[in-house]
Write a protein that binds this ligand. Structure first.
Ligand code: C5P
Length: 222
C-alpha cells in the first residue's frame, strides 16, 4: 500500500497516546490505538469469564469481537457491542489482563488484519508495541519512545487521577514494570524497536518538546 503510516511504539506511560493523537490531528490522518483493541478484547474476555490460558476461545473471541471506534483524532471513543468502554478498559485490572492475553500468538494473528485495515488515505498514525515491527513493517517513519519507569509511572498516575481512579505511585510503577517485562519477553511480537526505528527518550522532555522532535522527523520523512 502506498498510503503512508507513522508508527509510534514503546512501553506503557511513555506518552504514545497523547503524541499520536496530536500528530493525527495536525496531519489530518487516521489514528490507530492498537492498545485499545487488545484492552477491549480483555474486557470482553473478562465478561465472558475467560481466563488468559484459554487460547483457542480467546482467539475466536478476537476474530468476532464487536469492537468499533467513534469520533476523530481529537476525541476517540471505544465501543464494545455499541457500549462505551473508554474508562473501563483503562483500569489496572484490565491493563494486567490485557498484557497476558496479548502474549497469545493466535490472538495476535486474529487481530492483525483488523489493525491493517486502519491504513486509509490520506495516512495513518499507529500507536502500540509492534506497529513498526509486525503490523506495518514498511512504514516510512517508525518511532520508538522510551522513558525511565519512574517517569512513566508518574505520567500514568496523572492519567488515572484525571479519570478519578486513585492509586499509589509505587503500585503504578510496579504494574507498569510487570507489564513491560511481559510485553518484552513474549515470544511473538515482543516490545522492541524495529531495526529502522528512530529512538526518542522522553524522560527529561515535556510533551511539547517531544512533539517538536517528532514533527521535524515527520517533515523530513514525508
Ligand atoms: O498501549 P496500551 O497501554 O493501551 O496497551 C495495553 C497492552 O496491550 C500492552 O501492555 C500490551 O500488552 C498490549 N498491546 C500489544 N500490542 C500492541 C498494543 C498493545 O501487545 N500493539
Amino acid at each position: 500500500s502506498g498510503i503512508p503510516v507513522i508508527t509510534l511504539d514503546g512501553p506503557g506511560g511513555v506518552g504514545k497516546g497523547t503524541l499520536s493523537r496530536l500528530l493525527a490531528r495536525d496531519l489530518g490522518w487516521h489514528l490507530l490505538d492498537s492498545g485499545a483493541i487488545y484492552r477491549t478484547l480483555a474486557l470482553a474476555a473478562q465478561r465472558a469469564g475467560l481466563s488468559a490460558d484459554k487460547a483457542v476461545a480467546l482467539s475466536e473471541l478476537a476474530r468476532t469481537l464487536p469492537l468499533s471506534f467513534r469520533g476523530g483524532a481529537d476525541e476517540t471513543h471505544v465501543l464494545l457491542a455499541g457500549e462505551l468502554v473508554d474508562a473501563e478498559i483503562r483500569s489496572p485490572e484490565i491493563s494486567a489482563l490485557t498484557s497476558q492475553i496479548a502474549a497469545i500468538p493466535a490472538v495476535r494473528a486474529a487481530l492483525l488484519q483488523r489493525q491493517r485495515d486502519f491504513r486509509q488515505a490520506p495516512g495513518l498514525v499507529a500507536d502500540g508495541r509492534d506497529m513498526g515491527t509486525v503490523v506495518f513493517p514498511n512504514a516510512p517513519l517508525k518511532v520508538f519512545l522510551t522513558a525511565r519507569a519512574e517517569e512513566r509511572g508518574k505520567r500514568r498516575l496523572n492519567q488515572l487521577m484525571e479519570q478519578g481512579i486513585s492509586a499509589s505511585l509505587a503500585t503504578v510503577v510496579a504494574e507498569i514494570a510487570e507489564r513491560d517485562a511481559r510485553d518484552q519477553q513474549r515470544s511473538v511480537a515482543p516490545l522492541r524497536p524495529a531495526p529502522d526505528a528512530r529512538l526518542l527518550d522522553t524522560s527529561e522532555q515535556s510533551v511539547s518538546d517531544t512533539y517538536r522532535v517528532l514533527q521535524s522527523w515527520v517533515q523530513s520523512a514525508l
